[in-house]
Design a protein around this ligand. Structure first.
Ligand SMILES: [Ca+2]
Length: 184
């Protein structure tokens, strides 16, 4: 009796192996989660200096405002003598946020003439309230450039120091827009 059952099982397994071997070959395909970038809005901005001209202050807040909501979008421009090396822009969240990516529009990015006229940051040192800091390097292009960090950073602010610039005809360095994201 036992022997009979075993024989039947062996026959079943043989049939199963034959059936599986007849299935069409297929390459492996693994599902991947779509990466989503959630923007974490800044709530306030301050700077070590702000450039003033014709009654306009190119204030820190311009670096975090919504460029689509104005006809004359402006950057933050440092107000120090020379290229503004060492000047800082501090962008704060409303409390502690988790971020792992920053995006930058650098220079006076509204149009090419303004972009060429003013300095564009080449190197920025980016510091967070958790004590970490990164030297970030940028190309001289009037496009959004993103910096993706290895880990996730829990921080109350993003502090940006100008370290090096691409020179324009005027020695004023501009940061047009900075945005923070959590990419999952
Ligand atoms: Ca300057």
């Amino acid at each position: 009796m036992k022997f009979g059952i075993m024989k039947k099982s062996v026959a079943f397994m043989a049939a199963l192996v034959l059936f599986v071997s007849m299935l069409p070959n297929a390459s492996a395909a693994y599902a991947q989660r779509t990466q989503t970038a959630r923007e974490i809005p800044f709530s306030s901005a301050s700077a070590s200096s702000e450039y003033k001209e014709d009654g306009i202050t190119f204030r820190a807040g311009y670096a975090i405002d919504d460029k689509t909501k104005t006809d004359r979008p402006r950057p933050w421009i440092e107000g120090a003598e020379g290229s503004g090396i060492g000047e800082t822009l501090k962008l704060s969240f409303d409390g502690t946020e988790w971020i792992n990516m920053l995006s930058f529009r650098l220079g006076y990015a509204r149009d090419q003439a303004r972009y060429d006229k003013n300095n564009r940051p080449k190197e920025l040192r980016v510091s967070f309230s958790d004590g970490t800091a990164y030297n970030c390097y940028f190309d001289d292009v009037n496009e959004e450039q993103t910096i993706r960090f290895d880990g996730t950073i829990a921080t109350e602010y993003v502090e940006i120091e100008i370290r090096d610039v691409y020179r324009g005809t005027d020695d004023d360095t501009c940061i047009y827009q900075v945005r923070a994201f959590y990419v999952s």
